[in-house]
Design a protein around this ligand. Structure first.
Ligand SMILES: [Zn+2]
Ligand SMILES: [Zn+2]
Length: 327
């Protein structure tokens, strides 16, 4: 079968690979129907960070049809549409045992520690997939993973009705967080996003007001979704005293920040890691959000076009919030 294979920094190839072998007990065989390219896939491609196994088939945001179930899989049947839970967790560390799986001591991701969804077929454990409600299209279902990340961000932000919110970065997570805030009736939401076509799309679909970073000041709540140290410094300088900044962007290295502003302004700087139980909630939200989500995804690409799509996304000139591959 065809698969996209990551061989090392800057080296992504479309190759013919053997189909996954016989199912073990508890496993399911999946025919991939739609897989999204994530900012973390691009980060891996540029830096090699997080990669523990090479070559590997990337892709952790995918919807797939069950084609075969292994022994002792009772709740799934061939024909079911499912999405992958992107997290591979140990199940044994104190955080896993306490239900904080996103903070697992040995967390890894599908597409890094095992082969992921940029392929025609994948085998996963049945407990690593979530069944999708009937009538949800695969390309919408594939958004459940980043939607869960955005839902976690909104939960960590903990907005009160009417509080103004600033989102720095209109990538998939910043954009989906804006969509959720709008859907839940929070905001007004302002967004700083350099890509003007993307900004216009989010203004229309997620009801954000587009601003530039030099216009900012006095927001009680902000989301850092760029991974840029300069943007983080600006947010810390301009957020209102007593304000809160949720960080979800991944940085290339360390950042110098005005720490005394945190102390003197009693500013909360808090992280948001993947998601905890939010993916099930995200899956349940899909029918309600489907029309608005559809407006945020670009035309589907083929598996062969994934490497060139990485280049386009890294260059930052893609208007759509999410590029979806359909094998
Ligand atoms: Zn992702
Ligand atoms: Zn663990």
């Amino acid at each position: 079968m065809k698969a996209v294979r990551f061989h090392g920094v800057g080296d992504l190839r479309v190759e013919e690979v053997p189909r996954p072998g016989q199912l073990a007990s508890g496993q399911v065989r999946l025919a991939v129907r739609a897989a999204g390219i994530c900012g973390s896939d691009l980060h891996n491609f540029r830096t090699g960070m997080w990669m523990s196994r090479l070559p590997v088939t990337p892709g952790h945001e995918f919807a797939a049809e069950v084609t075969e179930v292994g022994a002792s899989v009772g709740h799934l049947a061939p024909g079911d549409l499912v999405v992958a839970d992107s997290r591979a967790t140990c199940g044994e560390c104190p955080n896993c045992l306490a239900g904080r799986r996103n903070l697992c001591d040995r967390i890894g991701y599908v597409g890094e520690v095992c082969d992921g969804g940029f392929a025609e077929e994948v085998v996963l454990s049945a407990h690593e997939v979530i069944k999708v409600p009937a009538g949800v299209a695969p390309e919408i279902a594939a958004l459940s993973e980043p939607l869960a990340v955005a839902l976690r961000v909104v939960r960590r932000l903990d907005p009160k009705p009417g509080q103004p919110i600033l989102i720095a970065g209109g990538g998939a997570i910043g954009g989906l967080a804006a969509l959720l805030l709008s859907e839940f009736g929070f905001g007004p939401v302002s967004m700083a996003e350099r890509n003007s076509a993307r900004a216009a799309l989010l203004a229309r679909v997620a009801n954000v007001e587009i601003v530039t970073l030099d216009q900012l000041s006095g927001y009680p709540l902000a989301i850092e979704a760029t991974g840029s140290a300069a943007v983080l410094r600006t947010l810390i300088g301009d957020v209102a005293a007593g304000g809160r900044i949720v960080m979800v962007g991944i940085f290339d290295g360390e950042a110098v920040i005005p720490v005394n502003r945190l102390v003197e302004g009693e500013i909360e700087l808090i992280g948001s890691a993947v998601f905890r139980d939010e993916q099930r909630e995200a899956v349940d939200l899909l029918p309600r959000l489907a029309l608005r989500l559809q407006a945020l995804i670009g035309p589907a690409i083929t598996l062969d076009a994934v490497p060139s799509a990485y280049g386009k996304l890294i260059a930052g000139d893609e208007a759509a919030l999410k590029t979806i591959m359909r094998p």
